[in-house]
Design a protein around this ligand. Structure first.
Ligand SMILES: NC(=O)c1ccc[n+]([C@@H]2O[C@H](COP(=O)([O-])OP(=O)(O)OC[C@H]3O[C@@H](n4cnc5c(N)ncnc54)[C@H](O)[C@@H]3O)[C@@H](O)[C@H]2O)c1
Length: 254
């Protein structure tokens, strides 16, 4: 499978390191970033190519990974799907806009392409998807991050946001992909609380879901990527696992 990547930052770096170990069955060949130096850096590691723009890679790839920004999803993903290529979307916040998500899905159906959104920085998505087959009465997320990770400086715990997921994504587009993933997975807007906490060193996500299946809670205590404190290592690992599973003939989990 020949793959291109949009966005050559923290997540792309981790993916590239795994691909170079040769265990994913993936030929990561094209790198696009509006910061060309970043694209060059990753391309040189893999003997891949810098794509001057996204269109230039589309004749030669089977799948494109977006690891850039919600803006990149809005501006670039439609043309990729229109060419019948599969996509993996990391900036899931862009998909909380139902009209846009429906538009992409209609195009994917027409062009026989697939849209994958990895579980990212949270756990329990398999159970949440299964639970969504019944009735969900409550879905909530409490995200607690070091202030630096939220781009602020405070001496004591501070609640920055309390409300619905869609507004959280609009207010914190670089930090709230998890709220979007959660809401999309169970087809119900999550209640979200975002806390800046100078006493924690990790990005922590607590999820509670209640429905006719019963109830569960999960807590993820994530290590941040070395080059981007907003991004959790687990998010990068979730794409890597997804890439690996695309070549597998047997699957476990929903
Ligand atoms: N789904 C999840 O749980 C999850 C978790 C962490 C991060 N993310 C998201 O994944 C994306 C990548 O994360 P990261 O930590 O690697 O980010 P990063 O900031 O380290 O790297 C992003 C790169 O993309 C480039 N870029 C941004 N917009 C672009 C555009 N429109 N066209 C071309 N290049 C563009 C930037 O120059 C940068 O090099 C972000 O949107 C982030 O919010 C999702």
């Amino acid at each position: 499978m020949t793959v291109g990547i949009i966005g050559c930052g923290a997540i792309a770096n981790i993916i590239t390191d795994f691909v170079m170990e040769g265990k994913l069955g993936v030929d990561l060949k094209f790198f696009y970033d509006w910061d060309r130096e970043r694209a060059k850096n990753l391309a040189s590691k893999t003997k891949g190519k810098v794509a001057p723009n996204v269109n230039d890679m589309l004749d030669q790839v089977d799948l494109v990974i977006e690891a850039a920004s919600p803006q990149a999803v809005v501006e670039l993903i439609p043309q990729i799907i229109n060419r019948g290529k599969d996509v993996i979307i990391m900036s899931v916040g862009a998909l909380i806009d139902r009209n846009f998500k429906n538009h992409l899905e209609t195009m994917a159906l027409e062009n026989k392409s697939r849209i994958y959104t990895p579980s990212g920085a949270i756990v329990g998505l398999d159970g949440i998807k299964a639970a969504s087959m019944g009735k969900i009465t409550k879905i909530s997320l409490i995200t607690r991050k070091p202030p630096k990770s939220l781009g602020i400086s405070v001496d004591e715990e501070k609640t920055l946001y309390e409300g619905k997921a869609s507004a959280a994504v609009r207010k914190f587009p670089k930090n709230m992909n998890v709220a979007a993933t959660l809401s999309i997975a169970c087809n119900k807007e999550a209640d979200v609380k975002i806390i800046a906490d100078p006493n924690v060193n990790h990005n922590i996500h607590e999820i509670q879901i209640v429905g006719d299946f019963g109830e569960f809670k999960t807590t993820t205590q994530n290590m941040s990527c070395a080059t981007n404190p907003k991004t959790s290592v687990l998010a990068a690992y979730s794409v890597i696992k997804l890439l690996k599973s695309l070549n597998e003939y047997s699957r476990i989990g929903t």
